[in-house]
Design a protein around this ligand. Structure first.
Ligand code: GDP
Length: 424
């Protein structure tokens, strides 16, 4: 049984918490796209952790954590992350890394920084983790696949070719220090040493696991609106954030994905540049930011303050549809308990017309939110375990949004912990 946990919006919806929770009853948790550019925050019996590369199931002894071929694998970051867990008493994870995954190279990170510097005020707001240069190289067919680490002749030849190409850009476009062949080769040797014990054929491992009826979770990073095809291009990430891509980034047949749990946060937040129709500013935003998430809405990787907004039904309906949602997990609802009235964006006004269809970016830039105000519940809902025990206005808020987005909300998260969940 394969289930995907993905985001409906701009990321930071709380996928980590939902994955960690579902991992209790899973055998394998696999990351299928993205890199160490975003993070999941997880609160469990061991404490509070920020994960960037490891799947959110690493805290259990019974699970195997897998890095799929679709991931941008940063080997030093992965190792640091493993160490940060074992240093705090978490048992070393059972880890399998796809021999088809490609590696983020030190020069990808440099190119990311240099390009942001060059673009200055017009930058994309990259986290500078090398993700865009990494995926550009992958599709330009000049990336390094993990399997290639074990073929010394190929490696040498490829290093020479890549250093030659990269140095032209470094010299003439960025005016920065050049790469050296011996250094790059030494770095790849180091990566080989580190990763060798974990490398394997992930798709055949998963094929066998499916035949044995194991439960497999595909863990997405970011959300629909950051998808390079279906999101707010060009203010998107460089790999597909959709559950459908889970089949490719893990190496399984698409029809095996039986449940798609799309995580939707009870209000909106976004990082980086790009249109954000229901965005709020000033004190109103500041208050939601500071009360939001678990200890404020600040990036798990960068510490950047997130942009804040009211729940956006237009974006979320679209986000859930593109994911192929079977279940919505509605998260961080507890945070809204302080509000007398809660505005919700129910439509976009574009050139004088109101629509509930999410538009292409050029139109999105012109969209103004149509807001409807719902009454708040003015109390703390943490600790509640039964849906019927939620205040009436709180249930109204959930059911109103469910009606607007048109997908069933089957889980409501009312706190950051594993057990803070209400099944509806
Ligand atoms: P992800 O990238 O989708 O996993 O999201 P992040 O982990 O970056 O952001 C979600 C934040 O919200 C984290 O700090 C979580 O601990 C926290 N969180 C998740 N679910 C809830 C919830 O229901 N209530 C509260 N208050 N915080 C939550």
């Amino acid at each position: 049984m394969v289930k995907a946990v993905v985001g409906a919006n701009w990321g930071d919806e709380g996928k980590g918490k939902i994955t960690d929770m579902l991992a209790q009853n899973a055998d394998i948790i696999i990351r299928f796209q993205g890199g160490a550019n975003a993070g999941h925050t997880i609160v469990n019996d061991y404490g509070k952790f920020a994960l960037h590369t490891l799947p959110s199931g690493v805290f259990y002894g019974h699970t195997t954590s897998v890095i799929g071929n679709g991931v941008a694998l940063n080997i030093p970051v992965l190792f640091q992350e493993i160490k940060s867990l074992t240093d705090r008493g978490v048992p070393a994870p059972k880890l399998l890394v796809s021999d088809r995954a490609q590696m983020v190279m030190p020069y990808h990170i440099l190119f990311d920084q240099y390009e942001e510097e060059r673009l200055a005020g017009k930058s994309f707001g990259s986290t500078k983790s090398g993700i865009a240069p990494f995926y550009s190289d992958k599709y330009a067919k000049i990336g390094f696949q993990v399997s290639e680490l074990f073929d010394e002749d190929l490696l040498k030849e490829k290093v020479a070719k890549i250093v030659e190409m990269k140095n032209i850009v470094l010299e003439h476009l960025y005016h920065k220090p050049l790469l050296k062949e011996e250094e790059l080769l030494a770095c790849l040797h180091e990566y080989r040493e580190m990763i060798a014990p974990y490398v394997g054929d992930v798709s055949s491992f998963l094929d066998k696991a499916m035949k044995e009826n194991k439960t497999i979770l595909l863990e997405g990073q970011l959300g629909t609106l950051k998808d390079p095809d279906h999101g707010i291009y060009p203010m998107v990430t460089s790999s597909s954030t959709l559950a459908a891509y889970g089949a490719i980034g893990a190496g399984i047949p698409p029809y095996e994905i039986k449940e798609i749990i799309t995580v939707c946060k009870a209000y909106s937040s976004a990082v980086g540049a790009g249109a954000f129709v229901s965005e709020i500013f000033g004190e109103e935003a500041e208050e939601l930011r500071n009360r939001g998430g678990d200890g404020g809405e600040y990036g798990a990787t960068t510490g950047r303050p997130r942009r804040m907004g009211w729940f956006d039904c237009v974006a979320s309906k679209y986000g859930c549809r593109l994911q192929g949602t079977t279940d919505v997990a509605f998260t961080v609802l507890d945070v809204l308990g302080y509000l007398d009235e809660i505005p919700v964006c129910v439509g976009y006004e574009i050139d004088g017309e109101v629509t509930t269809d999410f538009p292409v970016t050029a139109k999105l830039e012109k969209a103004k939110p149509v807001l409807e105000k719902l009454p708040g519940w003015k109390c703390d809902i943490r600790g509640i375990k039964k849906y019927e025990e939620l205040p009436k206005n709180c249930r109204n808020y959930i059911e109103f949004i469910e009606g607007q987005i048109g997908f069933p909300i089957t889980m409501v998260s009312n706190g950051p912990g594993r057990d803070d969940i209400i099944y509806k």
